[in-house]
Design a protein around this ligand. Sequence first.
Ligand code: NAD
Ligand code: IPM
Ligand code: MN
Length: 364
Amino acid sequence: MATHKIAVIAGDGIGQEVMPEGLRVLEAAADKFGIDLQIDHFDFSSWQYFERHGQMLPDNWKDQIGGHDAIYFGAVGWPEKIPDHVSLWGSLLLFRREFDQYVNLRPARLMPGITCPVVRRDGSARAPGEIDMVIVRENTEGEYSSIGGRMFAGTEREIVMQETVMSRVGVDRVLKFAFDLAQSRPKKHLTSATKSNGIAITMPYWDERVAEMAKAYPDVTVDKFHIDILTAHFVQRPDFFDVVVGSNLFGDILSDLGPACTGTIAIAPSANLNPGRTHPSLFEPVHGSAPDIAGQAKANPIGQIWSGALMLDFLGHRAAHDAVLQAIEQVLAPGSGAPRTPDLGGCAKTQDLGRAITQALQSL
Ligand code: NAD
Ligand code: IPM
Ligand code: MN
């Protein structure tokens, strides 16, 4: 069997703490399913690297990681040391763009043993699996553009502007991915996030492309909501959603809100995909470096571990993905007696939860 080359970048803050647990589970899955992994660690994309080199990445970063099959990423950002836009545009956002990872796939599912903070309209609790959506976020253009600038800096006439960019290729390819995904799921339901009432050029264009794409998927139920009311619907009836597709910024916002509705953003995974596989895809938790809890071994590693499962799936190992998810669910299940980190209402350490999931996986 071919060896999969994985570039590991733990990054900043709790990235350093959750990555070892992600790797522990990944290696256990590889052992169990006979998967051959070559793991290469890189220390760049961290504030310490920046302090030593004056930049987030080495000049030849593409040569160093571009030949890998996947990148397993922790988190980046340490605003006390480096302004966020400098560290993020100097690493993660550059990877997404330069490796053309145009789909950011972010599942949000209510897991067993997690109290759902958004009750049903009648006040009753929601059941595991009742919320089960996938957010498909456009990941290379939209509101995250580098086109713009500052004029008359420091004067009363100061102006800043930044353009939103939507290309037909860029919009259509992410929509096609989202429609294909919706078609493959039992509910076959796609929701588009828009704001075409107020943002009157790019968003009507987005709607137009959604309507055009929908013609090729007559079996998919399509609806659209303006982003403002869509956030309200997420909270009031999260069970309604199946596949939700949005621009870069709307997808970013919804992919924190969706997981928050399922109890904790700490378990949310993401896959930054280059579907054509001409470049490596990148797998990381949705959360960031969490400076408020970093260094205390309090971080929940499930977002990192689940992201590793998405990576195994992308590399062709669906059974290994399913087993990791089963192990996570077993450990979270009520009455499992397994350790829980503080965000889950317990006082266990990051490693305790990582080890419990590893053991559950090994004994499946
Ligand atoms: P954050 O996700 O780091 O933290 C938000 C809150 O969630 C914090 O209270 C934190 O303690 C908690 N939290 C996050 N992950 C957790 C985990 N695994 N277990 C338990 N609790 C967890 O978001 P932020 O505070 O807005 O950002 C902090 C830094 O991370 C910034 O520099 C930001 O730019 C960066 N960031 C990076 C990424 C990324 O690398 N993909 C994503 C988001 C934010
Ligand atoms: C995410 C993060 C990043 C984004 C930040 C850190 C630039 O919030 O991965 O969701 O906005 O994409
Ligand atoms: Mn985000």
